[in-house]
Design a protein around this ligand. Structure first.
Ligand code: ARG
Length: 699
C-alpha cells in the first residue's frame, strides 16, 4: 500500500533473548521461539503494511535487539537524532541505523559520547505535532533532552520514568491521533503525572490499569483511528471504541520476552514538521545560563526544576564546549501554563544562576507599596545568594542579602533586602524577574552541589569517627584563624549542649575568645544556669547522670533566682551566677540573644518574648559573621539560616540526621553537617584547639 505514512521495521532473522538489559529479559535467555517470533512479526508487518508503507533495514548477525527499530533514533521531518544506547549490548546497532538514515537522505545528529538517548523508544511526538514527550530515568539521560530540543527545534516535555518494568517511554505511554493519550500513570513520578494532566485534558486521557500495562497495551502503533497492540482487555477495547479508536490485537509474546511489543518493533519514519505550534494559553520566558553546564549538572538541574515546577522547555542555543567539563552557555525557553507556575520556576532558575532574557536591556520592574507590611503578589523574594538588580540602566548589588526578603530600591540607586513586615508605604519594591541576576563565578561549582556533605558518627551504623575528627580539625583550625584575624563567630545553641555535658566546653570557647555572639532560646540559658547553680540539668545530676530528688523543680528555682536579680548580667554582678555559658558571656562581653517560644517556663528576664524583636536581635548579632556553629537546635538554627547570606560558613551539629540535612542543605558547600552527639563534638573541638595552641589542658 502506498500512503503518506511510512514505518521502518527489521525482520527478526537474528532475534533472540541473549542477555538481560531489562526486567522482562530475566529468566528468558534463549527462551523465545524464533519460529513463533517470525510468524508474529510477519503478522504485525502485514497489519501495518495494509495501512502504511513499511521500509526494512537489514538485520545484522550478533545484534538480536535490532528488531526493535523504535530505538534507532528520533525522526522529525528530514532530521534524525541517532540513538546512543546505554548498554553496550545494543551500541553495535548504531552504525547500521545511521547508514540507513543517511541512505534515506536524513540529516543525522549525533549526541556526545556517553550521553544516552534511546530514540523513539524514549521520545514520542504529540500526534498533533505540538511537542515532544521525552522519557528519562532508565535508558535516556535528561541532559540529552536539551540537545534534542535544540536540534529538532521543538518543545520537550520530559517525563520521569519510575518503574523499571517500564524502562522506555513507549512501554507505558502512547500519544494518539486527536490529542488522545493512552498511558499507565503509575509508571511516572508525581511531577510527570501533573505535567501530563496539565497538557492532556481529562476526556482525552486513557489511563490503563496494570493488567493491560504488563501486556504492553501502551506499546501500540497508531495509524489514524487504528491502534495496533499485542493484547487488550475487553474493558480497554470498549473504552477505546467509545472515543473512536479501533484496537487491532496481534500476539507478540515472543518479543515481550525481550521487553518489547508492537511499537518497539516499528519506527515511524514520516513525522511531518508542523509549523511553529501556537502555544495557546502558554506563557514563555527565555533564560540564559553560563558555566560548567554539563559537568556540574547545572543544565539537568535547571531542566529538572522546570519540569518539576509544571513547565516545559525548549533549548534555543546550547553552545556546548568541546568537552563535558568545558564552560558552555545555553538559552532555554521556559513555558508554563500560568503566571504562578512561571513565577515559581523563574525564581528557582534565578537561584541557579540563570538570567532572564532580555534582561541585559531591561530594568527590574518596580511597584510602590501602598499598604505597610504588604507586598504586591508578584514580588520577587530574595535568596541567600549575592544578587544584583538592574535599576536606571545599571546593575546594583543588593545589600542585606538574605532569604525570603523583598528587594527595596531607594535613590542613588540603592537596593536592600527588607522583610515583608518592614515595608513602608511608598517603598519601591521589585516585582517579577526582569533585571535580576544572582552573581556567581563560572568556576563556582559549590552552588550546584546536590547536597552539603554530611558526616555521620554516632547517628548511623557506619563508623565515621574519622570523618567527625576531620571536621573537628577543620573547625578548630578555622576558629583559631578567625580569632587571630579578628573574625566573627556566632554560636547558635540548644539546651542539648548542656544535657550532653557540652556546657564546660562551650564556656571555654567563649572565655578564650573564639565566640563573638551566642544565640539561643530560653531553654539553653535556663539549663546552663540550673547547672551552674544547682549542678543539675533538668533535674539530672550532671556528674552522676542520675535524677536528683525534687530535681524537676530545679530549673524553676534557677529561673526564679535570676528573676530576682532582674537579669542574667545582674546575677553575675551580684555573685549569684558564678560559672557556666551565660556567665562567660557576661564576663567576656560576648553579646547573647535569647528568643522565646510558647513552651518557655519563666521566662528568664533576658528572654525576648516578642519574636519580631528577637529576630531583629539575631540579625544584628550575626551581621558580618564569618562562621556560624549550630549546635543541636533546629528551631533557632533554621531561623538563623534564613537570615544568613551565602558566603558565611555554617557547621550544623545534631544527633538527628534529618535536622542536619535540613540545615546543611542550602545547595552550598559552605554548610557542613555533622551527625553526632553535640557534647562529644564540643569536647573533641576543645581538645583539638588545645593541640593547636600546643598546650595540654585537661577539660
Ligand atoms: N531488549 C530491548 C532493550 O531492552 C527491547 C527494546 C524495546 N524497545 C522499545 N522501544 N521499548 O533494549
Amino acid at each position: 500500500m502506498t500512503s503518506s505514512i511510512r514505518f521502518l521495521m527489521c525482520a527478526p532473522h537474528h532475534y533472540e533473548v541473549d542477555y538481560v538489559i531489562n526486567p522482562w529479559m530475566e529468566g528468558n535467555i534463549h527462551r523465545a521461539s524464533l519460529a513463533t517470533a517470525q510468524e508474529q512479526w510477519q503478522n504485525l508487518y502485514q497489519i501495518i503494511a495494509d495501512r502504511a508503507d513499511v521500509d526494512l533495514v537489514k538485520p545484522q548477525q550478533g545484534w538480536p535487539d535490532m528488531v526493535f527499530t523504535a530505538n534507532a533514533g528520533l525522526i522529525l521531518g528530514n532530521q534524525v537524532v541517532l540513538s546512543r544506547f546505554l548498554h553496550p549490548e545494543r551500541q553495535g546497532e548504531e552504525p547500521f541505523f545511521k547508514d540507513w538514515f543517511e541512505s534515506q537522505g536524513h540529516q543525522v545528529f549525533t549526541l556526545p559520547a556517553e550521553l544516552p538517548f534511546e530514540g523513539a523508544g524514549d521520545a514520542l511526538l504529540d500526534r498533533e505535532g505540538r511537542w515532544l514527550w521525552a522519557g528519562y530515568g532508565f535508558r535516556t539521560e535528561l541532559d540529552s533532552h536539551g540537545l534534542v530540543a535544540q536540534w529538532l527545534n521543538i518543545e520537550v516535555l520530559s517525563l520521569h520514568l519510575m518503574d523499571e518494568r517500564f524502562y522506555h517511554l513507549d512501554t507505558c505511554f502512547c500519544p494518539l491521533t486527536g490529542g488522545y493519550l493512552l498511558y499507565y500513570p503509575p509508571a511516572f513520578d508525581a511531577y510527570s503525572n501533573r505535567l501530563i494532566e496539565l497538557r492532556v485534558p481529562p476526556e482525552k486521557r486513557i489511563a490503563i490499569d496494570e493488567p493491560d500495562a504488563i501486556t504492553f497495551a501502551c506499546n501500540a502503533v497508531n495509524i489514524d483511528r487504528i491502534v495496533i497492540m499485542n493484547k487488550a482487555s475487553t474493558e480497554l477495547k470498549e473504552r477505546m471504541a467509545a472515543v473512536g479508536f479501533e484496537v487491532v490485537e496481534t500476539p507478540l509474546t515472543e518479543f515481550l520476552k525481550a521487553g518489547g511489543a508492537a511499537k518497539c518493533l516499528t519506527l515511524r519514519v514520516t513525522e511531518p514538521l508542523h509549523p511553529e505550534p501556537a502555544r495557546e494559553g502558554l506563557l514563555s520566558r527565555t533564560v540564559t545560563m553560563t558555566g560548567h553546564l554539563l559537568d556540574s549538572g547545572l543544565v539537568s538541574r535547571a531542566l529538572d526544576l522546570v519540569m518539576e515546577g509544571g513547565g516545559s522547555f525548549q533549548v534555543l542555543n546550547f553552545d556546548l564546549g568541546a568537552q563535558r567539563q568545558s564552560t558552555s552557555s545555553a538559552d532555554i525557553r521556559v513555558s508554563a501554563p500560568s503566571h504562578e507556575i512561571m513565577d515559581e520556576i523563574m525564581a528557582q532558575l534565578i537561584d541557579l544562576g540563570a538570567v532572564a532574557l532580555p534582561t541585559e536591556q531591561q530594568d527590574a520592574r518596580l511597584v510602590t507599596i501602598t499598604q505597610a507590611g504588604v507586598a504586591p503578589d508578584d514580588f520577587y523574594s530574595s535568596t541567600i545568594y549575592p544578587t544584583e538588580v538592574r535599576v536606571q540602566g545599571q546593575w546594583v548589588r543588593v545589600h542585606n542579602q538574605r532569604m525570603d526578603g523583598v528587594v527595596v530600591i531607594a535613590d542613588s540607586p540603592v537596593a536592600t533586602c527588607k522583610l515583608l513586615r518592614d515595608l513602608q508605604v511608598g517603598d519601591q519594591v521589585i516585582v517579577g524577574y526582569d533585571g535580576i541576576r544572582s552573581v556567581r563565578s563560572t568556576t563556582d561549582r559549590s552552588r550546584v552541589a546536590p547536597q552539603a556533605e554530611e558526616f555521620s558518627f554516632m547517628g548511623s551504623g557506619v563508623s565515621s569517627e574519622r570523618r567527625v575528627e576531620l571536621i573537628v580539625e577543620q573547625v578548630a583550625w578555622e576558629l583559631r584563624r578567625l580569632r587571630d584575624q579578628g573574625g566573627r563567630v556566632a554560636v547558635v545553641a540548644g539546651p542539648v549542649v548542656i544535657h550532653t555535658g557540652g556546657g564546660n566546653h562551650l564556656s571555654r570557647l567563649i572565655r578564650e575568645g573564639y565566640v563573638q555572639a551566642l544565640l539561643g532560646g530560653n531553654a539553653i540559658a535556663v539549663h546552663d544556669i540550673e547547672q551552674a547553680m544547682l549542678g543539675t540539668s533538668l533535674g539530672v545530676d550532671m556528674n552522676q547522670g542520675t535524677s536528683v530528688r525534687g530535681g524537676h523543680r530545679h530549673h524553676l528555682r534557677a529561673i526564679n533566682s535570676i528573676r530576682r536579680c532582674g537579669s542574667i548580667a545582674n546575677a553575675v554582678d551580684q555573685g549569684v551566677l558564678t560559672r557556666g555559658v551565660l556567665y562567660e558571656c557576661v564576663k567576656n562581653n560576648v553579646p547573647f540573644s535569647l528568643a522565646g517560644s510558647i513552651r518557655d517556663d519563666g521566662p528568664l528576664p533576658d528572654t525576648k518574648m516578642d519574636l519580631l524583636e528577637a529576630q531583629a536581635d539575631y540579625a544584628r548579632l550575626i551581621e558580618g559573621c564569618d562562621l556560624i556553629l549550630m549546635l543541636s537546635t533546629m528551631l533557632h538554627a533554621i531561623g538563623v539560616g534564613n537570615m544568613t547570606p551565602a558566603g558565611v560558613k555554617m557547621v550544623c551539629v545534631d544527633i538527628n540526621p534529618a535536622v542536619v540535612t535540613k540545615l546543611a542543605d542550602r545547595g552550598s558547600l559552605e554548610s557542613t553537617g555533622v551527625v553526632t552527639d553535640v557534647g562529644l563534638f564540643l569536647s573533641l573541638l576543645v581538645k583539638q584547639l588545645d593541640r593547636l595552641t600546643q598546650r595540654h589542658v585537661v577539660v
